[in-house]
Write a protein that binds this ligand. Structure first.
Ligand code: HEM
Length: 509
């Protein structure tokens, strides 16, 4: 009995302590005069998300919409206070002008000995800056042109697959997924297209399951984001150990095979091999990022197979699902808007008659580009952009300290009527109207500032190649009604991935 009483007393003390600490933490924003939704102990503001009553995207967008006159809003990711930036001027400050105070995304240490975390997406500080400076030239116009025949071949295979499905409704997300598997395997993992052409082989299956959007990933990503040092200590990764070991092993095999056989191919793997052959990575004066006046902001890095494999893994993690869902959503919007689809088809036809579909002609397809931008505005695969403060700075009179987390709601900004007239409408023409072009800082599908998507030009080329080839051959329409806005997977912490199937009718033009 005495033991039971003793245990009850301990539990009562712990609960009281816990509630008091939670309350104190939950007063963080109140004390600073920053408005925000009322938190509950431990869960902060996440309870509706964890109970699947709201998606993370809805939660962010509601916060953006509910405080229309506030430049800053505070919320709690479990017990960690997070600052949401609403004001465009402050977005510019954090992501561009004061970027040197907000360089990190996860707050991970400079270089991590674990290759699955030592990648461009996760790394911070000098290691990120150094690798970014060396990897950016892999996506220049010339390099993309050289890779384009590969990309076109993958788009052709996509067209062939669709031709076999003309009688049945096409499962859009599934087909876009197979296309994304092929581009990822071919360009980032150096495997010939066709070798992994379906969801049923191991590579394809693993691509589809590399980051299953469930509660475990939600909690893992939450920990990495809110307590990066602790996550480092317990060696928490952005992917499971099994997936990391599969993909890292695969890319290392490709590296070894190319070196042993002397074979070469126009892809990202080859460019990484070229970088590796130059020896220790050191940033040259002409590669120094704008705003960085100190060369000590960079470091020397040994381009080991692990480091290279880590970057290929980042290309997969950052590029696979984003490409798949972006393509699916763009095709869906075109299917729902036959008039815009026809204008785009006419433009592609004209350019194709003159030059065929190549990297140059795709560049001149302005309407197609506008369709892509508009599709991404309405269906940005990422719901938010995140930065971690690395140097003390003041935002609107509020001091932000190293380790503090700031973010912006992409959907909030993309669907704000003060940024886009009739924001819910698919209107590619808004991108061609020179007088009313969307202002800078209001289009965030590829991110913003020096840490924007490194694969943007590459992904645009892939998406436009697929769109152009499909429009030339097929007319798209809905096979069954689709409810807008699309339902999103509730456990996708940073993403807007549609959760329902979408079926299109595809007919020859
Ligand atoms: C439609 C397709 C894609 C979209 C919409 C997209 C979007 C984004 C966004 C929003 C970010 C965060 C930027 C920020 O925080 O400011 C990002 C980062 C990144 N993306 Fe993409 N992405 C796409 C495809 C790709 C592809 C194909 C690759 C690989 C070749 C890629 C590689 C990366 C990497 C490595 C980062 C981290 C960059 C850094 O922190 O330096 N992405 N992407």
């Amino acid at each position: 009995m005495a033991l039971l009483e003793y245990l009850c007393a301990v539990v009562a003390v712990l609960v009281t302590y816990f509630v008091v600490v939670s309350r104190r933490i939950n007063n963080h924003w109140k004390k600073r005069g920053i408005p925000g939704p009322e938190p509950v102990p431990f869960f902060g503001n996440l309870l509706p998300v964890l109970m699947r009553r709201k998606t993370m995207s809805d939660f962010y967008k509601e916060m953006y919409d509910n405080y229309p006159n506030e430049p800053l809003v505070g919320y709690y990711h479990f017990m960690v206070p997070i600052l949401m930036i609403r004001d465009k001027g402050l977005v510019d400050r954090v992501f561009i002008k004061d970027f040197q105070c907000f360089t990190d995304r996860f707050g991970a240490p400079d270089i991590v000995d674990d290759p699955s975390n030592a990648n461009l997406f996760v790394l911070g500080g000098n290691a990120w800056r150094t690798i970014r400076a060396k990897f950016t030239p892999m996506f220049t116009t010339g390099k993309l042109k050289a890779m384009h025949p590969n990309i076109n071949a993958i788009a052709d295979r996509f067209i062939d697959r669709l031709s076999e499905k003309l009688t049945d409704p096409v499962d859009l997300v599934k087909e876009a997924g197979v296309f994304a598997i092929e581009t990822t395997s071919s360009c980032a993992f150096g495997i010939e297209p066709g070798a992994v052409d379906s969801e049923t082989n191991e590579f394809g299956r693993n691509c589809l399951n590399v980051q299953p959007q469930n509660i475990f990933l939600f909690l893992r990503m939450s920990l990495l984001f809110i307590v990066p040092k602790f996550s480092g200590l317990i060696r928490l990764n952005v992917v499971s150990k099994k997936m990391a070991s599969y993909f890292l092993g695969m890319i290392k095999d490709v590296l070894q095979h190319r070196r042993a056989s002397g074979t070469s191919r126009q892809d990202l793997v080859q460019q990484m091999i070229v970088l590796q052959e130059k020896g220790e990575i050191e940033v040259e004066p002409q590669e120094v990022e704008e705003g960085v006046d100190d060369k000590s902001a960079y470091m020397k890095i040994e381009p080991t197979d692990d480091l290279i494999a880590g970057q290929a893994l980042a290309f997969l993690l950052a590029g696979f699902d984003t490409t798949k869902y972006s393509l699916a959503c763009m095709l869906l919007e075109l299917a729902m808007h036959p008039e815009e689809q026809e204008i785009a088809r006419e433009e592609v036809r004209k350019m194709n008659d003159l030059h065929g579909v190549d990297a140059d002609s795709l560049k001149s397809m302005e309407y197609l580009e506008a369709c892509m931008k508009e599709g991404l505005r309405l269906h940005s695969p990422l719901n938010s952009l995140v930065r971690i403060c690395t140097k003390t700075c003041s935002l609107n009179g509020h001091t932000v300290n190293p380790g503090d987390k700031v973010f912006i709601s992409i959907d909030g900004i993309h669907l704000d009527p003060s940024n886009y007239g009739e924001p819910e409408k698919f209107k590619p023409s808004r991108w061609l109207d020179d007088e009313n072009r969307p202002q800078s800082g209001t289009y965030l599908a590829w991110g913003y500032g020096p840490r924007t998507c490194i694969g943007m030009r590459f992904a645009s080329l892939i998406l436009k190649s697929a769109l152009a080839k499909i429009l030339l051959k097929y007319r798209l329409s809905l096979a069954e009604p689709v409810k807008m806005p699309l339902a999103v997977n509730p456990m996708a912490i940073f993403f807007n991935f549609p959760s329902d199937k979408i079926f299109l009718k595809v007919e020859k033009v």
